[in-house]
Design a protein. Structure first.
Length: 463
């Protein structure tokens, strides 16, 4: 049998080149499946470059499909380091980053050598894996094992690997080891410094984090955002806003995360003036399409009592998430606009949005505000029966408040004693407040007895 001549090879090479180009330009899974089908029909399904392009899109692209990528990978008889790295990278970014660790072990068992990129993706995956409290020392041992392997295999000379290690320890709130890696790193950059800021933030050391931030030779949007967000989350709202203003003065363009943190700080302070300024910045810089920012604005305006503005933001949104609906329903409920809350609740279903526990908490709050006990009971039962949402202590607390405000004290007492969750002093405290309101001393004494069982030194009284 003679080998194919050049004329016979040309069509195959042309077709392979075409499929490579198609895979490179692919922007959807339906298109990728067509390319995959063409490769199978033409016998090019084993072509390494075509496979590499297809696997990369399926595993890494936001429009990809990790399960499909796994099936492509499983068909490879002898995947090399590149193919392993692609899939490890995909899992590192996914909701199951721990599978990256499994792939690295599989890689070693099959005699495939890892490279610096393997460890970069592995470290990022490890930083996203939650600590399993049922295992002994999973955090220190596994992080140290990865760190040790990096040193043993000589990959510590790569800055991006060292930066990944710094951020691994930072994510675990371990600034001591993060500093050790930083000090061992040659040619540290802004990513290295940002990792140190994050390490101190995660350790709850805001003053130390700010000191590191101030020492940075240069700062990028990530480092600014880390510090602004840290202040905002710690309720150092004024410091968050001051740093945000400095950020703008330095010509650094904030991102979505920065702006959400700044809006949260405005909400905490009730600083509408700054809130208006941030809203204007969002509109002027074409950020208004970002759902998370609009949700934060709705929450801010509602908590500051500016319902007209909250409605404007809500109605201007072309896309609304479940959080959007919940934010607006909660805004109406907390601002004592129960009719609007119920109206929005009904509209949700017309838009095909399924409610969650937060949604029902908001409409139960609205029911309590206007004393609609029967409607509240109906919603409470529907939540569990029709929507499969298990009632939490907050839902029971809302029901107790509704019953108590309406004077249904016996029913509220029975609800607490019959609920399948352990009661707490908050829910009994709600009922005690209702007893005082209605002057029911007998019921108040029963409630105080329950409270004293939970907190013997509570110092409760009924009048």
């Amino acid at each position: 049998m003679h080998p194919p001549n050049n004329q016979q090879c040309k069509p195959i090479l042309t077709l392979a080149s075409t499929l490579i180009s198609m895979a490179e330009a692919c922007n959807s899974m339906s298109r990728l499946k067509q390319i995959h089908a063409h490769s199978l029909l033409t016998g090019l399904h084993d072509h390494s470059i075509i496979l590499a392009k297809m696997l990369r899109f399926a595993a890494v692209s936001p429009s990809g499909d990790l399960a499909y990528a796994q099936r492509l990978f499983d068909q490879l008889p002898h995947p090399n380091t590149f193919f392993y790295n692609t899939l490890i990278r995909g899992y590192a970014k996914s909701s199951i980053p721990s599978y990256s660790l499994h792939l690295v072990n599989q890689m070693r068992q099959n005699g495939v050598d890892p490279d610096e990129f393997t460890f970069n993706f592995l470290i990022k995956a490890r930083s996203r894996v939650r600590v399993n409290i049922n295992r002994n020392l999973p955090l220190v041992v596994e992080c140290d094992e990865i760190h040790g392997a990096v040193l043993k295999l000589g990959f510590s000379s790569h800055l991006f690997v060292q930066n990944a290690l710094i951020h691994l320890y930072a994510a675990r709130g371990n600034p001591v080891v993060a500093w050790r890696v930083f000090d061992e790193t040659v040619g540290v950059d802004v990513v290295s410094w940002s990792g140190l800021v994050l390490a101190h933030v995660r350790a709850g050391e805001l003053e130390r984090a700010r000191w590191v931030f101030d020492q940075m030779p240069e700062r990028d949007v990530v480092s600014w955002t880390t510090m602004v967000s840290a202040y905002s989350q710690a309720k150092y709202s004024r410091e968050a806003l001051e740093l945000y203003v400095t950020m703008l003065d330095k010509g650094v363009r904030p991102d979505e995360v920065t702006l959400v943190s700044v809006i949260s700080a405005c909400t905490n302070l009730g600083d509408l003036q700054m809130g208006y300024s941030v809203h204007s910045y969002i509109d002027e810089n074409e950020f208004r399409w970002m759902v998370s920012l609009c949700n934060a604005l709705i929450d801010m305006y509602a908590k500051c009592g500016c319902m007209d503005r909250a409605w404007q933001v809500f109605n201007s949104m072309s896309r609304k998430s479940l959080v959007t609906w919940n934010s607006m329903i909660s805004a109406c409920a907390n601002n004592r606009n129960p009719e609007d809350a119920f109206g929005l609740f009904s509209r949700m279903f017309n838009y095909g949005v399924a409610p969650d526990g937060v949604t029902f908490l908001a409409v139960l709050t609205a029911s309590a505000h206007v004393g609609l006990v029967d409607e509240g009971y109906r919603l409470f039962e529907s939540m569990q029966r029709d929507h499969g949402i298990e009632a939490r202590i907050e839902h029971y607390g809302c029901m107790v408040n509704m019953l108590g405000q309406a004077g249904w004290l016996e029913e509220a007492f029975e609800l607490i004693t019959r609920m399948p969750l352990p009661s707490n002093d908050v829910v009994w405290g709600v009922l005690l407040a209702a007893c005082r309101k209605h002057g029911d001393v007998y019921m108040g004494e029963r409630v105080v007895k329950k409270l004293l069982e939970l907190k013997p030194d509570g110092g409760y009284y009924t009048s």
